[in-house]
Design a binder for this molecule. Structure first.
Ligand code: C2E
Ligand code: MG
Ligand code: MG
Ligand code: MG
Length: 271
């Protein structure tokens, strides 16, 4: 009996895996054609100065409105693109849209673009960034690049060279989702980051959890010592904002200050 039911469980298990795989392939095909037709939108979300309430920089966030599935989250399709060699093409779409949007920025403002580790490893990426900037006459201080801990932990030579080249061109570097990866603090010495973004999980827990509050405090003072700005991600409530201020953090990104919106709407450009 046990054997029999064990086998049946196995059969159900494999058929569920088969469906998941099929589903994945279908989404991958749709993603491929969406990249060809450019069926994406670039949204911008402000990062605001807690003292003045003014936006300091906008983060560019990719949106895909699927013809039948509706909105698909980048948390789902970016990893899929990374696993199926579509990420570099998708990243180039983001690059061109970001640079196009940057041409409409008010003076002194910047756009921050998220980078996949695969883009930095791709030969010719740095040249494509330069070419895109030249085409829209964008100054390097109008762009910021967000990378995660996995990128700085990489020993890939091309990645490290690309990051140094981009920084030499004058682009700013931000360390995204800080605290969620496995990088030790010593990795912060590898690159001079202009900005550290504290992951939203700490921000959301800090009100009730003293350990998370201590992490926020430590990263904020580390930022001061390293000369890096520290941004809190995912700020949703006044309570969180006040707790962040108490720990010395004064740059905020989150629904409390503004949801991501189409770039044209955010920058007042007719669409
Ligand atoms: P991320 O770079 O950490 O982006 C911040 C995420 O937090 C965004 O999710 C944003 O919509 C969300 N967020 C902002 N404020 C709040 C808040 O108050 N509460 C909550 N719960 N969430 C908030 P989104 O747009 O779904 O993007 C998810 C992730 O997908 C990004 O995380 C980034 O890792 C990746 N991603 C998005 N766009 C791109 C892109 O153009 N290129 C690459 N390589 N990755 C991207
Ligand atoms: Mg980001
Ligand atoms: Mg982040
Ligand atoms: Mg995140």
């Amino acid at each position: 009996e046990a054997k029999k039911s064990g086998r049946r469980t196995y059969a159900i298990y494999t058929s569920a895996m088969g469906e998941a795989l099929q589903e994945r392939r279908a989404l991958e095909d749709d993603l491929r054609s969406a990249i060809e037709t450019g069926a994406f939108e670039l949204h911008l979300q402000p990062v605001v100065d807690g003292e003045t309430g003014e936006p300091m920089v906008y983060e560019a966030l990719l949106r895909w409105d699927h013809p039948t599935r509706g909105k698909v989250s980048p948390a789902r399709f970016v990893p899929l693109a990374e696993e199926s060699s579509l990420m570099v093409g998708l990243g180039d779409w983001v690059l061109h849209k970001t640079v196009e949007a940057a041409a409409y920025l008010p003076p002194g403002m910047r756009i921050a673009m998220n980078l996949s580790p695969l883009q930095l490893r791709d030969c010719g990426f740095v040249e494509r960034v330069q070419a895109a900037m030249d085409r829209f006459d964008i100054k390097p201080d109008q762009l910021e690049l967000e990378i995660t801990e996995t990128v700085i932990m990489s020993d890939d030579q091309r990645t490290l060279e690309a990051l140094n080249a981009l920084r030499d061109m004058g682009l700013r570097l931000a360390l995204d989702d800080f605290g969620t990866g496995h990088a030790s603090l010593s990795y912060l010495q590898r690159f001079r980051f202009d900005k550290i973004k504290i992951d939203q999980s700490f921000v959301q827990r800090m009100v009730d959890d003293p350990i998370s509050a201590a992490v926020v405090r430590a990263v904020t003072s580390l930022g001061i010592d390293l000369g890096a700005a520290v941004v809190a991600e995912g700020v949703e409530t006044n309570e969180q904002r006040d707790a962040l201020k108490r720990e010395g953090c004064n740059l905020f990104q989150g629904y409390l200050f503004g949801h991501p919106q189409r770039w044209e709407a955010m920058l007042g450009v007719p669409h």
